[in-house]
Each structure stands twice: as structure tokens, then as C-alpha cells.
Ligand binder design. Structure first.
Ligand SMILES: [Zn+2]
Length: 248
């Protein structure tokens, strides 16, 4: 059964003129980044209100302490895994057009991907809420909270999407463009629970793309849009597909 699904997936990838990947927390779990949702997710330990924009502005110090712990003490140490690296190689080979990711962990770029549409922004970038100055997270002294702007002293916020914030317009436009042009979309490690991100694979399906889903779990996508569900971890599945597509 699984072998058959793998063969069908490989066939559709072989004939594809436009393949893109849509990724969620599941691809980064093997890198040690915990997912937000689910029973061992970050939101089972922390209160998600720290990422609520109104709460952040009203309680910047409290919010920053938790944000530092989750995103910088912990995420900061994560390294890309084979699933990230294979996607990076596929792009360099000209085989993969782009990655659309819900993740903010920068691991696609670290794994060699260049064209990455970050639907929810990137934790490795900072933005001043007063003057909009942007700078990398590695220039931040996390011993001094809340983080202040080096230009104007204003309150700095990580440049990822908080609750109540809009999706970055360039990422949104680029993702929709991929969804409308693709004939294959590989969905990796996304439960399909977060809107509007989940509409990207759905839009791809509506435009005729074959949906290959890689996830050990059944998700919101599985019964709605998935053509071939490879029920396994991201790295295992990507290694198998890569071997079949590119060996000899
Ligand atoms: Zn500033």
C-alpha cells in the first residue's frame, strides 16, 4: 500500500512542471523545534496571549520574557534536518520552484532554500514598532528586555506574525501565485488547522495540482484534498522520494 503511494507520488513528481512545498511545524520537529499545537505543543506549556498584539503592547516586559524563552533560548539552537536539506537541493537542481512555510524558524534557509515564502514571518528578524527599522535577531542583547530599537529606542517586536496581525503581503502574494501555477504540491508536516495558511494547498488543489501529503498523522488536508498520503516522518519520506527521483 505504502509502496504504491510512493510510486504514484514519484510518478507525479517526475512529470511535474511546477512543484512547490507547503510546510508546517511537523517538518521542524526532527530538528528539535516543538510544534505549537497538539498535546506536547508549546501552547500546552505557555499562554499564547504573549503573542497577542494588544497584550504585547500593554505588557512588553512580561511578553518578551516568554518570547525569549520560547523562540531564542530554545529554537535558536535548532539545525535543519534532511527534509529541509533535500528541499534546498531540489530547488538548486531547478526541480522545486519554492517553499511556502508556516514556520518562523529559518530552517529552510539554513537548509539551502532560497525562495521561501514565510507566511508567518521569521523569528530571526526584528522590527521596531515605532520607526520600522529591521535588524537580525543575533544583534539583540536578550539580557536587556524589553528589546529596544538601536535607532530610536522604541519597542522592538520579533518580525513574525502575532495574533491579530496581517499576513505579510509579499509572502501572501507569492504563495497564491505558487498555488495557482503548481501541478504538484507537497504538503509536509502541517495539520491544516491555521487559516489563512491552510488555504494555500487547497487553492493548489482547486487549480488542479496533485497533493502529496507527508505526515505521520491524519490531518485536515488528508480527507479533503490529499491524493497520496505518505504516513511517515518528513526526513524518511523525503529521503525515499529523493532516492527514487535522483539516484542513477
Ligand atoms: Zn526604532
Amino acid at each position: 500500500m505504502e509502496d504504491d503511494l510512493i510510486e504514484k507520488s514519484v510518478e507525479s513528481l517526475r512529470h511535474s512542471k511546477y512543484t512547490f512545498a507547503f510546510t508546517g511545524a511537523g517538518i521542524s520537529v526532527e530538528s528539535g523545534v516543538p510544534p505549537f499545537r497538539g498535546k506536547n505543543g508549546i501552547w500546552s506549556k505557555y499562554d499564547p496571549k504573549v503573542l497577542d498584539l494588544d497584550y504585547f503592547y500593554a505588557n512588553p516586559l512580561e511578553a518578551w520574557k516568554v518570547i525569549r524563552e520560547i523562540f531564542y533560548d530554545y529554537f535558536g539552537k535548532a539545525k535543519p534536518n534532511p527534509a529541509h536539506s533535500i528541499l534546498g537541493e531540489w530547488e538548486q537542481k531547478g526541480f522545486l520552484k519554492c517553499v511556502v512555510t508556516q514556520n518562523i524558524d529559518n530552517l529552510h534557509q539554513a537548509g539551502g532554500s532560497k525562495k521561501v515564502y514565510e507566511f508567518h514571518g521569521n523569528a530571526q528578524k526584528m522590527i521596531c514598532t515605532k520607526c520600522s527599522y529591521r535588524f537580525p535577531a543575533d544583534e539583540v542583547d536578550f539580557d536587556k528586555l524589553p528589546v529596544a530599537c538601536p535607532k530610536c529606542g522604541g519597542l522592538v517586536k520579533p518580525d513574525f506574525v502575532f495574533f491579530g496581525e496581517a499576513i505579510p503581503s509579499d509572502a501572501y502574494a507569492g504563495s497564491l501565485d505558487a498555488a495557482r501555477n503548481a501541478d504538484v504540491c507537497i504538503v509536509i508536516g502541517s495539520l491544516g488547522e491555521v487559516m489563512p495558511a491552510a488555504m494555500i494547498p487547497m487553492e493548489a488543489k482547486r487549480n488542479g495540482a496533485t497533493i502529496i501529503e507527508i505526515n505521520p498523522e491524519t490531518t485536515n488536508f488528508t480527507n479533503q484534498i490529499t491524493d497520496y498520503h505518505l504516513k511517515m516522518g518528513a526526513s524518511d519520506a523525503m529521503k525515499i522520494l529523493n532516492d527514487k527521483l535522483f539516484s542513477n
